[in-house]
Design a protein. Structure first.
Lengths: 286, 342
């Protein structure tokens, strides 16, 4: 039986099928920027909206919940698992660690070192490290265990030895500031980025099961990357893996995919703006 | 990274089963669970697809009756156990507020401490470690706050019990080799019929990477209380989920009892999977029927005395001889249909 990791790796590394032209991309950027700026102009004064894949999907699945103002970021084991887990997978892939559990322990220990070694290194500490450093041992164990589970899922999803050396695990998110509105920014992220025949290809590790809107879930990071880059750097595909359900989906990225995802993002932004407006009297009364 | 198959422990005979399973000698659980790679069954590429087709064919009538827009029916081990015992019991349990009990605190704390031991290889003060683990995760069930409010002999007894169970865990479980890819509280979520039914579970410990030629995964459930017949059904349900998720059954499944140090383990054969499938199909069909608004059937059983719906259930009151439900699960009887058949 051919392993699932082999199949996923084949899909990720396959030659690109098509491409997006510079003119098509420019037209999309102009049109979507105009639409999103118009929607964002209705946001209550002094409010901003940062839209990530979670918010786009939440607007589709649970529009009634789309009223919250962007909270100050609060770390939790669930929110740390990707950051710690991706760093751990990178260590395993480079041969620095024998497995996810050891790698996660090393990543966490290094984060603590950065925080406790004094001001010289504190600035370079990962964002989760100060919070993690303040936790009791039992709570730290939960952070580590969550990261190990996440890292194991990613590490076993691919045949890493077949990937190009330049493959990036985790890495920085793509950001796109809506040109017509300083209040709106899109944030897209992928868990593995590499080049397949000189075109970027992404892998996204999904949570839970693959839903009907998986094309939006996978298309979103491609859209955000495309909006901020030149046409040759637009991802050629996004592969989605849902380890908890064992499902795999491959989304080839072309202008039709980007336009469809853009329409879904505009709809989601509209839902969030409406939710903020509806929440106004409640917020004012607090 | 070394593949898990490359690390093989010594061949150890499978444990005895049933209520007579012996307590373990120190430190041998992982060796016994991993056993010898050569004895693991070859992956049958058609098995998972066949099981999925069987389930989806069986569920189709109930799912179609609910329509496309309906919320998915989630099928967990708890829902299966409850609905197969008595549909009215399931409905009552879902409506009743979940009140923390000492048994729930003990179970949640031991789960957290086992996770800590497997992940970190060290436990300090069991009480503090367990509660801080529950709190950092948001204390969603209110278990930690309930535990913090305990005082006097109840708290002392619980602290002592946690310490004893952690000592059992430390004596029986070595920290897994990195090659075994141990992960804790792994979620399984298998959509069926286009996502309109979702089989879901959280496995306490999973060992082994994804299968290739041979089965490679071992699932372990931890129980802090006494042996119950439905535990075997729970394990088989998880084996079915893992088969549907990965395409291969686990090569071994086990329940570890941290109060006594007993390990109930078994290899997973087709018969176990088929019986789990039939049980899941029966339970999921009932859950779909209830989700469609059907009146829950009342089946008097030994659990009636503990049912939250007892005050409004005539047959249950007749069975229990009272209309006042009892609290706490520690003395509730075994009633699982799987157990009743044995």
């Amino acid at each position: 039986m051919r392993s699932r990791a082999a199949t996923v790796t084949d899909a990720l590394l396959a030659p690109p099928a098509g491409e997006v032209s510079g003119a098509e991309l420019m037209a999309l950027r102009d049109e979507l920027g105009r639409d999103l700026a118009a929607l964002a102009s209705d946001l209550p004064a002094h409010e901003s909206l940062r839209v990530d894949a979670f918010k786009v999907l939440a607007a589709r699945r649970h529009p009634e919940r789309c009223t919250e103002v962007d909270d100050p970021f609060a770390p939790s084991p669930g929110r740390c698992r990707r950051a710690v887990g991706a760093a751990a997978v990178a260590r395993c892939v480079r041969g620095f660690s024998p497995g996810p559990a050891a790698a996660v322990a090393e990543v966490l220990a290094a984060g603590l070192d950065d925080v406790t070694s004094g001001p010289a290194t504190a600035g370079s500490a990962p964002w989760w490290a100060p919070w993690y450093g303040g936790l009791a041992p039992g709570a730290r164990a939960v952070v580590g265990a969550e990261a190990v589970t996440w890292a194991t899922a990613l590490l076993t999803a691919l045949e890493w030895r077949r990937l190009p050396r330049q493959a990036v695990v985790g890495g920085r998110a793509d950001w796109w500031q809506c040109p017509g509105s300083s209040a709106l920014v899109l944030q897209g992220r992928a868990d593995v980025r590499l080049h397949a025949a000189r075109r970027p290809a992404y892998l996204v590790l999904g949570s839970g099961r693959c839903r009907d809107d998986w094309r939006v879930e996978l298309g979103f990071p491609a859209l955000v990357a495309a909006l901020g880059r030149a046409a040759p750097s637009v991802p050629c595909r996004v592969v989605g893996v849902w380890p908890q359900s064992g499902q795999v989906r491959v989304l080839p990225v072309d202008i039709t995919t980007l336009r469809a995802t853009g329409a879904a993002v505009a709809s989601a932004v509209g839902t969030w703006v409406d939710g903020r407006l509806e929440a106004q009297p409640v917020l004012a009364g607090r | 990274m070394v593949h898990p198959e490359a690390v093989r422990g010594p061949v150890v005979p499978a444990a005895g089963r049933g209520r007579g399973a012996p307590a373990l000698e120190g430190g041998d659980v992982l060796e016994r669970l991993r056993a010898d790679g050569a004895s693991r069954p070859a992956v049958d590429a058609a098995l998972a697809g066949g099981l999925r087709d069987w389930l989806e064919d069986g569920l189709a009538p109930g799912v179609e009756a609910r329509g496309d827009a309906a919320e998915p029916v989630r099928v967990s081990k708890e829902a299966l156990n409850q609905v197969l015992v008595c549909e009215a019991h399931l409905v009552a349990a879902r409506r009743a507020p979940r009140v923390p009990t000492v048994e729930l605190v003990r179970g949640s704390c031991v789960d957290a401490l086992f996770r800590q031991w497997i992940s970190v290889g060290a436990v300090g003060d069991p009480w503090d470690d367990a509660l801080s683990a529950l709190e950092v995760d948001g204390d969603r069930d209110g278990v930690a706050s309930f535990a913090r409010a305990l005082t006097g002999p109840r708290r002392q007894a619980l602290e002592a019990e946690l310490a004893e169970q952690v000592a059992q865990i430390q004596a029986h479980w070595s920290v897994p080799s990195p090659a075994w890819l141990a992960r804790t509280q792994e979620r399984l979520e298998v959509p069926l019929c286009g996502g309109r039914v979702v089989l879901a579970g959280v496995v306490d410990l999973v060992l082994g990477g994804p299968p290739e030629e041979r089965a490679s995964v071992c699932l372990v459930e931890l129980k802090s209380g006494g042996r119950r017949l439905e535990h075997r059904g729970d394990l088989h349900f998880y084996a079915l989920l893992e088969t549907l998720r990965s395409g291969s059954p686990p090569f071994r499944i086990a329940t570890y009892y941290s109060a006594t140090g007993e390990l109930d383990d078994e290899a997973v054969g087709d018969d176990a999977l088929v019986s789990a499938l039939k049980r899941t199909l029966e339970g999921a069909t009932r859950l779909c029927r209830l989700a469609a608004g059907a009146e829950p059937a009342r089946t008097p059983n030994p659990l009636c005395a503990w049912c939250a719906g007892l005050p409004a259930c005539g047959p249950g009151q007749e069975r229990a001889g009272t209309d006042v439900p009892r609290h706490g699960a520690s003395d509730a009887p075994d009633v699982s249909p799987a157990g009743a058949r044995r």
